[in-house]
Design a binder for this molecule. Structure first.
Ligand SMILES: Nc1ncnc2c1ncn2[C@@H]1O[C@H](COP(=O)(O)OP(=O)(O)OP(=O)(O)O)[C@@H](O)[C@H]1O
Ligand SMILES: [Mg+2]
Length: 688
């Protein structure tokens, strides 16, 4: 047991207390004073020194002296205390003061904040070191629990209180609880090694889940039921219908494709070609004989025409030759005329002689006889030449005559042939005329063949296909949009049918789901029942444990009793931590004296538990006539009894001592205008 005794406590300028010294020397003390004389401030000072907090566990309280609501500057606020810790002295001191800094160039220093000086045994130390020292003596929480009887009940949270109590009494073993309650024998199998609280949390969570599910499932089933169609759907007939519609869609789509890529027209054109071929064969069939004959006649006509041309050419040739020959004859005639003229000229020619009387050589005149001879010779020569010339002309004339005769004979021959050619041509032309008439007749018969119904029907068919091709060409777009419209309708129909199937599938799924949900509902209900049983068992366990625990805890205290669990309206247990005294809960109107004494009782147990004994500050100790026994040092902060409350014998004694009631009262009250510190032995009450 660590024993901490307060030897001395000194306050200077602390919360309005100018100066106060509590010289306890490790003994119990009573500090008397009227209200507002500073009793509580003493305890505040003590706690501030150790933990920087006041008796309300607050840090933001005003330490500095206030006057008229204003802080007085430049004061040092100091608390120091001497302790004996297991007999070893320790002095702690803290001084809180303002810091005033003189800035460069400024005439006066400026207030810049506060600082706290710490010292241990008169040696200044850093705050950290100071705190470590205090912490090494006792932990703050423990110290507060041990020095203030109200701290446990009024300034700690429920969980902290529970934990402290459980720590003090130690937990109850699982097996002890099982042994305590026979009903709990199945619990270990249920827990499977889990902590009871974990299991409870788990099953509570599961229970919530199950509840949610159980709430949700009927709603879901209802929804599903509502979504089921009223009428029964005949799937197989719908499927047949869909197949039909799909086929129609395919056909229409193919039709569109055909139209779009022109194959409809191509098909029609092929059809047309075939029909034309058919027509041709019908025609051939019908015109076969006439055509053949026609061809023959045509050939004859052709032949005859070429014969005519040949004859004509011959006739033309003959005419041409005749004209050439006639021109030759004419030329011969002209030549003969010229010959006749020449003959006449030659025949009429007479001798003329020009005598040359001089010798050409010597130029001398020639003799007469010589001249005669020369004249005879010249005449003879002349006559010879004339007859020769005439003979030549006659000969040439004869040859011309002969040549002309030959020519005339040729002309005659040729001219004789000309009428034959004309006749031939005429007869040929007549023949051609006849043949053409024949051909015309044959053509007429071919024309007749085209009147044949076989032929005309085919022609009609061809015309129809031609019309179709034309209309296909012109109305391809219209046709496409018409078919597309059809397809849209078909698809809408198909969608409706598919929707029916989907609805059927959905309703089947819904029915299955309903069955599943109903099964799930039954399973959950069963699970819920099991969970309830488990919950009941865990609660039984807790109740048993609570019973054991509370009796174990309560056995550790003299006055204080603790309620650690509260039964709720639903029968469940709620963790609480309520201190009671003689059955009265601390939180609901426990009287001040009992609050203090229960607090001291708790401190006594905690002192034993923590192994630390520290001074107890009992504030408002005037409330208690008999403070609970404790071995700890007691610092009681007391408002003295009111003068009028004294028993009559004491009042009379005091009045006679002071001469009058007023004087006696004033004397009594003046005693406590300021704090009076009295040791246990000087207890005023006892004196009185
Ligand atoms: N910083 C301060 N400066 C000056 N006076 C202060 C300061 N803080 C508190 N006081 C005053 O000091 C007085 C002492 O208060 P304290 O609570 O200690 O009195 P008390 O004796 O405990 O009274 P009660 O018997 O009513 O509990 C009060 O009047 C309070 O207003
Ligand atoms: Mg007070």
């Amino acid at each position: 047991m660590k024993n901490i005794k307060l030897l001395n406590l000194t306050l200077k300028n602390f919360k309005g207390i100018k100066s106060l010294e509590l010289d306890a020397s490790g003994n119990d003390l009573k500090v008397y004073g009227d209200n507002a004389t500073g009793k509580t401030s003493i305890f505040d000072g003590f706690l501030w020194l150790l933990f920087n907090k006041d008796s309300n566990n607050k840090t933001n309280f005003s330490i500095k002296t206030l006057e008229g609501g204003k802080e007085i500057n430049n004061l040092e606020h100091e608390v120091s205390a001497s302790f004996a810790v297991d007999g070893v002295p320790l002095t702690l001191r803290k001084v809180y003061k303002e810091t005033w800094t003189k800035k460069r160039g400024a005439p006066i220093p400026e207030f810049t904040g506060h600082e706290t000086d710490h010292s241990i045994d008169g040696v200044p130390v850093k705050k950290k070191e100071y705190e470590e020292k205090v912490g090494s003596i006792v932990k703050e929480e423990v110290f507060k629990l041990l020095t203030n009887p109200l701290y446990f009940n009024e300034q700690t949270k429920m969980d902290e209180r529970r934990n402290t109590l459980l720590e003090v009494c130690g937990d109850i073993d699982f097996e002890d609880v099982l042994a305590f309650n026979e009903e709990l024998k199945d619990l270990p199998a249920i827990l499977k090694g889990r902590a009871i609280e974990d299991h409870r949390k788990m099953i509570a969570a599961r229970k919530t889940e199950i509840n949610k599910e159980l709430e949700r499932i009927p709603v879901r089933i209802d929804e599903l039921n509502n979504s089921l169609p009223d009428a029964i759907i005949d799937i197989s007939s719908i499927e047949v219908e869909i197949a039909k519609v799909e086929k129609e869609i395919d056909a229409s789509s193919a039709q569109i494709n055909n139209i779009k890529n022109g194959s409809a027209i191509t098909a029609k054109q092929n059809e047309l070609r075939q029909l034309e071929m058919d027509l041709e064969s019908i025609k051939r069939e019908l015109e076969a004989d006439a055509t053949e004959q026609g061809h023959k006649v045509q050939a004859r006509i052709q032949e005859e025409r070429s014969n005519i041309s040949i004859i004509q050419r011959k006739a033309d040739d003959a005419k041409h030759q005749v004209s050439i020959l006639q021109k030759d004859v004419q030329r011969l005639d002209e030549k003969m005329n010229d010959l006749r003229a020449s003959w006449t000229i030659v025949d009429a020619g007479s001798f003329h002689h020009t005598e040359q009387c001089e010798c050409p050589t010597c130029g001398q005149s020639l003799p007469e006889e010589q001249l005669q001879e020369a004249r005879n010779k010249a005449l003879e020569a002349f006559n010879l030449k004339k007859s020769s010339e005439l003979e030549n002309i006659s000969k040439l004339g004869v040859s011309y005559k002969e040549e002309k005769a030959v020519l005339l004979e040729k002309i005659e021959k040729l001219e004789k042939r000309l009428p034959t050619h004309t006749d031939d041509i005429q007869s040929k032309e007549k023949l051609i005329e006849k043949l053409e008439a024949e051909l015309q007749q044959l053509r007429e018969s071919i024309k007749d063949a085209r009147q044949d119904p076989k032929y005309t029907d085919k022609q009609q068919e061809i015309q129809q296909v031609k019309d179709e091709i034309e209309s296909l060409k012109s109305s391809a777009n219209e046709a496409v949009s018409a078919i597309e419209k059809e397809i849209v309708e078909l698809k809408a129909n198909r969608s409706e049918l598919n929707a029916s199937i989907a609805q059927h599938t959905q309703s089947e799924a819904s029915k299955k789901r309903i069955a599943e949900l109903e099964e799930q509902q039954a399973e959950l209900a069963k699970e819920f029942e099991n969970i309830e049983k488990e919950l009941y068992l865990t609660e039984s366990f807790i109740r048993s444990k609570v019973e054991l625990l509370e009796s174990k805890i309560n056995s550790k205290f003299k006055y204080a009793r603790f309620k650690l669990f509260e039964t709720q309206i639903n029968g469940g247990l709620k963790e609480v931590c309520e201190t009671t005294f003689e059955g009265v809960p601390y939180s609901s109107g426990l009287n001040n004296a009992a609050r203090i004494n229960v607090g001291i009782d708790i401190i006594n147990t905690l002192t034993e538990h923590f192994g630390i004994r520290a001074p107890i500050f009992v504030d408002n100790a005037e409330a208690v006539t008999k403070i609970a026994d404790t071995e700890s040092q007691l610092i009681s902060l007391v408002v003295p009894q009111s003068f009028d409350n004294f028993p009559k014998n004491i009042l009379d004694m005091l009045i006679s001592e002071h001469g009058s009631y007023e004087k006696a009262k004033e004397a009594w009250e003046s005693n406590y205008k300021q704090l009076r510190i009295e040791s246990q032995s000087n207890d005023m009450k006892e004196a009185i």
